[in-house]
Design a protein around this ligand. Structure first.
Ligand SMILES: [Zn+2]
Length: 110
């Protein structure tokens, strides 16, 4: 397992990027973040900036949702780890082809 980067230092770097634009840096404390021994009092502006940053985050392993079951566990090939369906255009082509082949197998003429 890799070492976790210093979260408090990351918060510090974030606040350094945001604070110059805070129009009320000495305003009331809107929220407090405690990371280990590091405590950061956030103004309304910095709290909103942190929320926006967290909301904008997308996990590198996020490949969307399975069109079939809604699961978020898609592998790098967009195959659903829960129901097995393959997503995307390739997956749709595969599903259509499989459905066609299956219909041949159940046809009374085959
Ligand atoms: Zn699925």
């Amino acid at each position: 397992m890799s070492r976790i980067p210093d979260l408090a230092a990351a918060l510090e770097r974030f606040l350094e990027r945001v604070e110059p634009y805070d129009t009320a840096p000495d305003g009331a404390v809107a929220a407090t973040v405690q990371l280990g021994r590091r405590r950061a009092d956030l103004t309304d502006r910095t709290a909103r900036a942190l929320i926006a940053a967290l909301d904008a985050y997308t996990d590198p392993d996020d490949r969307g949702r399975c069109a079939s079951c809604g699961s978020r566990r898609l592998d790098t090939s967009l195959a659903c780890q829960d129901c097995g369906r393959v997503g995307g255009i390739f997956g749709e082509t595969l599903a259509a082809r499989a459905e066609q082949i299956q219909s041949w197998g159940t046809s009374p003429t085959s």
